[in-house]
Design a protein around this ligand. Structure first.
Ligand code: S3P
Length: 450
């Protein structure tokens, strides 16, 4: 079953060169935050380029349930008429966040310091994921959480009526946890401080500043110390959502492994907290260039040009880079299968608690397709077979995980035999135009039930 309906089995056949321009959709992280921060302002935030994937649509619906007016004007143009910090109404129904860990964790944070209750649920993947990493720090504000065993959804959150500000050191490298604490800190008096030992994506900090909050970031020996002054009056913004570097990874990686390919992926944000994959691919010897480098909305942006790269070598990916490419390891493991030698990925324990256990899901599927994978609790290795030598031929389970489904379909484009997934439905959570976009470039993707 996909997150919102029947399974969609899909097959990707070996294809000729991928050519052309891949205009990938808006950034998922920034899209969620645009809707949530828009809902926490008084007045109208205008958003262009919003990702209209199911994850973000579920967050839009949730913001309506908390009292914001969220309007879809078509073509990725949206507006949010917010209720202000502390202005959330109590939802009348259960909030269904579908497949989205980012959605549920950020929204829990955003409502945690208002005197309301809300019950959250999701699909089978989301309801299996750990929420204590968010509810533990929220408890310090005075928020209560009543969930299933192991801190799982469905879960009711009872917001703190008299929240106190909090100082919290994030124990795992997680932008979702950091963001939940900062969003809760918005409606607490005084200063909320979040300390992260490893830098994770910093969209929440940047956007809070953009919305007019008083927030400072200091690099110290302990890590990044983020200090937010509570109870600001956030000012509505005009937000142009950049294209998603995590979605760009799929056409880029496909072009690197399919003979003769030359693909341009325009307008991709290269914020250092997100660009780890591209540094890694270049170190492996990928023919990946940045064209038209510029700054947009304070972020480094470039057009990525990826060409077929038959001479890539396996490398050891530095563990300190993990947070900046955490969503890209599945597709990196596919590229690694086509490189020469071993690719070693360490410090990636977080991959085990994503939409699926991504190490396990990729290891099982890659092995079924003829690739040697070794794994431990927080590391894995892929032994590359070199260009032209990857067998393929298997059907893999996508485990309700969009990035697992897309990664195996990319594998099928350059393997000797077609590669299938049991369910491509979850792709719609983050990259609803994946099939037409990849087909336009020259991929052979089919829905097996169609
Ligand atoms: C995200 C943070 C990451 C990432 C997810 C989006 C965000 O999760 O995997 O896809 O927007 O904050 P973690 O915070 O759990 O690492």
């Amino acid at each position: 079953m996909s997150s919102h309906g029947a399974s969609i089995p899909m097959t990707s056949r070996p294809c000729g060169p991928l050519k052309g321009e891949a205009r990938v959709p808006g950034d998922k992280s920034i899209s969620h935050r645009s809707l949530i921060l828009g809902a926490l302002c008084v007045g109208e935030t205008e958003i262009t380029g919003l990702l209209e994937g199911q994850d973000v649509l579920d967050t839009a619906k949730a913001m309506r349930a908390f009292g914001a007016e969220v309007t879809d004007h078509g073509g990725g143009n949206w507006s949010v008429h917010g209720v202000g910090v502390g202005g959330f109404a109590e939802p009348e129904q259960v909030i269904d966040c579908g497949n989205s860990g980012t959605g549920v964790r950020l929204i829990m944070g955003a409502m945690a310091t208002s005197p309301i209750a809300a019950t959250f649920t999701g699909d089978a993947s989301l309801n299996g994921r750990p929420m204590a990493r968010v509810t533990d720090p929220l408890a310090l504000f005075g928020t209560q959480a009543f969930g299933r065993a192991g801190g799982r959804l469905p879960m009711t959150i009872l917001g703190a009526a008299d929240p106190v500000p909090v100082t919290y050191t994030v124990p795992v490298p997680s932008a979702q946890v950091k963001s939940a604490v900062l969003l809760a800190g918005l409606n607490a008096p005084g200063k909320t401080v979040v300390i992260e030992a490893e830098a994770t994506r910093d969209h929440t900090e940047r956007m809070l500043k953009g919305f007019g909050a008083e927030i400072t970031v200091e690099e110290t020996d302990e890590g990044r110390v983020i200090t937010l002054t509570g109870q600001p009056e956030l000012k509505p913004q005009k937000i142009d959502v950049p294209r998603d570097p995590s979605s760009a990874a799929f056409p880029v990686c496909a072009a690197l492994i399919v003979p003769g390919s030359d693909v341009l992926v325009p307008g991709i944000g290269l914020n250092p907290t997100r660009a780890g994959l591209y540094n890694t691919l270049r170190e492996m010897g990928a023919d990946l260039t940045y064209e038209n480098e510029r700054t947009e909305g304070g972020e480094p942006v470039a057009d990525l040009r990826a060409r077929f790269s038959p001479e890539m070598k396996g490398i050891e990916v530095p563990p300190e880079r993990a947070a900046s490419m955490i969503d890209e390891y599945p597709v990196l493991s596919v590229v690694a299968a086509f490189a020469q030698g071993e690719t070693v990925m360490r410090g990636v324990k977080e991959l085990r608690v994503k939409e699926s256990d991504r190490i396990d899901a990729m290891a099982v599927g890659l092995r079924a397709n003829g690739i040697t994978v070794d794994e431990g609790p927080d590391w894995w290795t892929v032994t590359g077979l070199g260009h032209g030598n990857v067998p393929g031929g298997a059907t893999s389970a996508s485990h309700l995980d969009h990035r697992i489904a897309m990664s195996f379909l990319i594998l099928g484009m350059a393997a000797q035999k077609p590669v299938s997934v049991d369910d491509g439905g979850p792709i719609a959570t983050s990259f609803p135009i994946f099939e037409p976009l990849m087909s336009e470039l020259g991929a052979h993707l089919v829905r097996d039930n169609a």
